[in-house]
Design a protein around this ligand. Structure first.
Ligand code: ZN
Length: 57
């Protein structure tokens, strides 16, 4: 089964399309509008961009 990998672009590291990526991706169930669901690895960015709300890049 091919997994989907959602990786942040231009991150501090190069993400592997693997569940063993150093960032520690979490497996999440993605729901499509059609109603189908797929498992996807969500890779967190390592530059903390999620925590910089309202900040400039
Ligand atoms: Zn990763």
């Amino acid at each position: 089964m091919a997994e989907i990998h959602v990786t942040p672009k231009d991150d501090l590291i190069t993400h592997e399309d693997s569940g063993f990526c150093v960032c520690g991706p979490r497996l999440d169930l993605i729901r499509h509008p059609s109603g189908a669901t797929k498992w996807a690895y969500i890779h967190p960015s390592l530059d903390n961009r999620e925590n910089q709300q309202g900040g400039r890049t």
